[in-house]
Design a protein around this ligand. Structure first.
Ligand code: PGA
Length: 254
């Protein structure tokens, strides 16, 4: 059985290097000898080199929150997937709803994914609907995102793809409610079905599908067992070492 993936998305936090180091060191210590879980922390770009260094000799992997679709050049403020890879970092989140809200269309997300793969990175592709409707029209949104974001995806690189299903309405402190584990399972099956049409049935079955959106120590167990999530993408609770450690512990037991 493959490891559960517990990924922390720190977003634009913390704002001091001192807090970054303290938070990370506590997480690294708590992961210690935990088995059966792959732990990933995705800090803001500026902290990647320092955290990569601090992560050495431990079990916490460092990932990036985004990468540009151009490999290098005149892109003020941009960060290239090749720069990320050069730091020894292997994983990047692409298509997070907060980046999509900031202008990342499916076409941009698609280009970012293809560049990241060419640079040698593994991609956590975030998808999720903004509104949940009773008639399940939102499933069309998920299908459209996957099909557009993965145009030209090299099937042989399917082992470098992770999907994070994050319904936008369940993300962050303004979340109206949280997805249910049953609801997640329903969507995971749908996502795998769409993926089968893109990378083939066999490979689709091995693509991990994570849940994200107010995942925390209280609901983690249910998402991982009842919801059969292959892991979690955690925002707020990944900045709280105690809560994050609890989620990791739960994942190691499920
Ligand atoms: P949240 O964020 O856990 O704070 O809801 C999740 C995410 O946006 O990845």
């Amino acid at each position: 059985m493959s490891n559960k993936i517990i990924a922390g998305n720190w977003k634009m936090n913390p704002v001091t290097l001192k807090d970054v180091k303290a938070t990370f060191t506590e997480i690294k210590r708590s992961v210690g000898s935990v088995r059966g879980v792959s732990v990933l922390i995705c800090p803001p770009f500026v902290y990647l080199p320092e955290l990569k260094r601090l992560s050495l000799g431990g079990k916490v992997e460092i990932g990036a929150q985004d990468a540009h679709f151009v490999d290098q050049g005149a892109q003020t403020g941009g960060v290239s997937a090749y720069m990320i890879r050069d730091l020894g970092i292997k994983t990047v989140i692409i298509g997070h709803s907060e980046r999509r809200a900031g202008g990342d269309t499916d076409e941009i997300v698609n280009k970012k994914i293809l560049t990241a793969l060419t640079a040698g990175l593994r991609v956590i592709l975030c998808i999720g609907e903004a509104v949940r409707d009773d008639k399940c029209h939102y499933l069309n949104t998920l299908q459209e995102q996957l099909e557009k974001d993965l145009i030209g995806f090299p099937i042989k690189l399917a082992d470098r793809l992770i999907i994070a299903y994050e319904p936008v309405w369940a993300i962050g402190k303004n979340a109206t409610r949280v997805e249910t584990p049953d609801g997640f399972l329903h969507n995971k099956i749908f996502i795998r079905k769409v993926l089968a049409g893109i990378v083939g049935r066999k490979k689709a079955l091995s693509v991990p599908v994570l849940y994200g959106g107010s995942a925390n120590a209280t609901n983690a167990g249910d998402f991982l067992s009842v919801g059969q999530a292959d892991g979690l993408l955690v925002g707020r609770d990944s900045l709280n070492p105690k809560n994050f450690a609890e989620i990791i512990k739960i994942a190691s037991k499920s």
